[in-house]
Design a protein around this ligand. Sequence first.
Ligand SMILES: [Zn+2]
Length: 299
Amino acid sequence: MSNIQLGVKVDVCTYAGMKDGVPGLMRLFDTLNIRASFFIACGPDHSGRAIRRVFRKGFLQKMMRTNAVGTYGWRTGLYGTLLPGPQIAGSFPDTIRALVRDGHEVAMHGYDHVYWQDALPRLSTAAISAEIARAARVLADILGAPPRAFGAPGWQCTAASLAGEDAANLAYHSDTRGLAPFLPEMDGQRFRTLEIPTTLATLDETYGRLGTTPEELTAYYRRQLRRGLNVYTAHAEMEGVRQMPHLHHFLSAVRNDDVPCMRLIDIAGQLTSVPVARLAPRPIPGRAGTVASQETAVV
Ligand SMILES: [Zn+2]
């Protein structure tokens, strides 16, 4: 398994994920001696508002297959509707400082995750810059330094969001699904910030479809590992809690194969030149709606 690298990204999309999932993942990574990149939704948890997506084709099917209520808890389904949305990052400053102390990377996963996911197509670059600035301020207040990376909630990207990210002077972003790092081109515009895509399917896309046991899922994921860089995105709500046996099994297997597990900021630092590639919204198996997907390289 030489010449294979694995970037380990964790998306923290909800209050429950921050509260219960992140500490569990910190213990797991400590056991396996892995440093990862945590992308945290910095503002209020408005997950209850995502219930509108029930009317989108495929959403309910995915929620049933992955036991969404068991994963997120019933409270999460009410945040931002019947219950006020609690602050995700702001409620756990000590956990966020502990992440950095343990050597993990802390980056932004939007400010209001649900707002980004649902409203992005109609947001201007100025509105996007305001969301990024709000998220950056929360983490800067906790950590004393601004975050250097952004991961788009729900893998939703527009030319306006890429322009907003360029204006934020990031080291990189990780917004999309694709094959290898690139500079994005979208709607005929080219952007200058490095994109490190997630290359592997997420567990909510594979669980129940390609396997249910940690052994079956690990076998699937190991078959997908390609020479060069691979990026796996875990969700604190899933792999940090109920699905931890899967992540433990997969990462243990990867470690036994001597595949280095890396933070995305370290991957960004070792890249010298990357191609330009087009981005377009595309459906992917196991997920409702579309995600920003890397097309074949332009240059
Ligand atoms: Zn998310």
